[in-house]
Design a protein around this ligand. Sequence first.
Ligand code: GAL
Length: 409
Amino acid sequence: MKTFKLATALVASVALPSVAFATDLEVTHWWTSGGEAAAVAELAKAFDASGDKWVDGAIAGGGGTARPIMISRITGGDPMGATQFNHGQQALELVEAGLMLDLTDVAEAEGWKEKVFPQSLLDSCTVDGRIYCAPVNIHSPEWLWLSNKAYADAGLPVPANWNEFVESAPQLEAAGKIPLALGNQPWQSNLAFGAISIAVAGLDVWKEVNVEKNMDMAAGAEYAAVFQAVADARSLAAKSTVQDWNQATNLVITGEAGGQIMGDWAQGEFQVAGQVAGTDYTCLPGLGLNAYLSTGGDAFYFPKNKSADIEAAQKRLAALLVSPEAQVAFNLKKGSLPIRGDVDLAAANDCMKKGLELLAQGNLVPSGDMAWSPDVQKQNEDLLVEFWKTDMAPEAAHAQWVSNLKSGL
Ligand code: GAL
């Protein structure tokens, strides 16, 4: 018996590695909340299992903090292997500067043009007919997340839409709850404004302004009503003193706050907290007023590196990110929708099912990230932070907002 054990030990010690030598790839992203970390771990696990090595480069503080760091590393000659950006124009200048890897051969070999849905996601990766990113999810920012517990504690029905939410807010506040949870970062004010815009002004007016760039409409009565609604929301969030979006989500999870306007990445937090959609929390896409999906979300870009081994590993990762297996494992944890229609999300919960239904119906609008340049978005982010955090009159904010848009025409 002893001999047998020794022989086994010897064989084990000289066994060759089961895969080819792994190439380490540093991947930067800003997914650091509980739900986000659980989701990105699925991508890392899949890449490691494929024979390469995911070296995680998480950057805390959200996209507004992470993107400048990513960009300066790429322009400064210290590129990572892959990095997250949102769908849209955020990496356009890097692509135009020739700093990003052309993935067109991967896209063609993997049939991305036939598989990625909606096509707009691949369009926003395409520059001069060449493809430079691998889309990984569809996130729609415009959801209202409600704590069933907060309303039960206050003896109130859970609101069915934004208007009912605003109407019942005084009673909720009287019961000691914060009506609206909101984190104190610019992109969150901007996101809430975008959601209220479509909910109050309607989809057609939103498209007329953000797609057709109709500035008369932007200055008109519909958006005056939007700015008044945002001023109302401002008072409902006055007692929300948290910073990060997931801290605001946690106020809803614990029942301290009635609701939060946030993207469906909030799902990941409810899941990590063990909460069940429809039982513990209620989700209202389009704030329950205009059921649609704004196809925001994330894609990975691959900065050019000097090493052929790294480039080969970059292309393997790009193909893996769009694969059905990675799409299901990642998006179920992330709370986002997959970027291809041929995957089975049997495990999707009630909220994801609402999103999948809207996607299938084609109730889609292009994400705000794709409609205006990062510069115009930044001007309006700064304006909206001031508007949300001060007693600036809605009329003044509306006028400045129109002026900012005109600067981007
Ligand atoms: C968004 C991103 C999401 C989510 C969110 C909060 O820009 O698309 O994946 O993580 O930031 O960090």
